[in-house]
Design a binder for this molecule. Structure first.
Ligand SMILES: [Zn+2]
Ligand SMILES: [Zn+2]
Length: 206
């Protein structure tokens, strides 16, 4: 229970409101009371705590309701409310949104989250396909890997599928370059696929 508002910076009638002990602009306001007229409690990262003389639990609810939220990485979550004739305005601590992950310089998304998901997926795909390939030596492994890839993608919370992804060939067949087949131009059909005789269609040699 309770309500918490994390402030990056705020003003009361244009005057900065800060921690009364250390004057830091960043603090949180907690509303623990069951009644809206109970005072809010301030807490800063240095461990200072105070009963706020101006802001009540009800005001925290108003701030939450009035805050703009963020749609895009460059947005600030800002608010402006009136309390007893005074104007409280400020910026809330941003909650991470998907756009931040994708766009924070591309760092989070392309360097951290995507490779981590891909590594885990590749490991899982390899664990399944290796024993199958060793015993069956046919196209089944590829089909299973494809199904597993789809299942993994769904389970991983639907991160963006990587269009470049193919299960890692372990020892690609030199004759068909790991494809498992050769494409033959033909007059009857546009192209005909024939199974590679060197790797028996697995695309892989031991
Ligand atoms: Zn403080
Ligand atoms: Zn081959």
């Amino acid at each position: 229970m309770g309500i918490e508002v994390k402030i990056v910076e705020m003003t009361v009638d244009g005057q900065p409101k800060t921690c009364p002990d250390c004057a830091i602009s960043m603090f949180s306001l907690d509303g623990r009371g069951i009644f809206d007229f109970f005072p809010a409690w301030g807490n800063c990262d240095s461990g200072h705590s105070w009963e706020d003389p101006l802001i009540t639990v009800g005001d925290l609810k108003k701030i939450k309701a009035a805050s703009t939220g963020r749609q895009r990485a460059e947005d600030d979550d800002v608010f402006e409310i009136e309390v007893g004739g005074a104007v409280l305005a400020g910026t809330l601590h941003p909650e991470v949104i998907l756009d931040d992950l994708k766009r924070a310089g591309g760092i989070y998304w392309t360097r951290i989250i995507k490779p981590a998901a891909r590594r885990r997926k590749n490991k899982a795909v390899r664990a399944i396909t290796r024993p199958i390939r060793r015993t069956a030596r046919n196209g089944v492994a590829t089909v299973k890997a494809g199904a597993l890839e789809a299942a993994w993608t769904v389970q991983a919370g639907g991160y963006e599928p990587d269009p470049d992804y193919t299960p890692e060939p372990i020892n690609p067949c030199p004759a068909c370059e790991g494809r498992g087949h050769h494409a033959i131009e033909s007059r009857l059909h546009d192209t005909t696929r024939i199974r590679c005789a060197v790797c028996h269609g697995t695309g892989e040699i031991d």
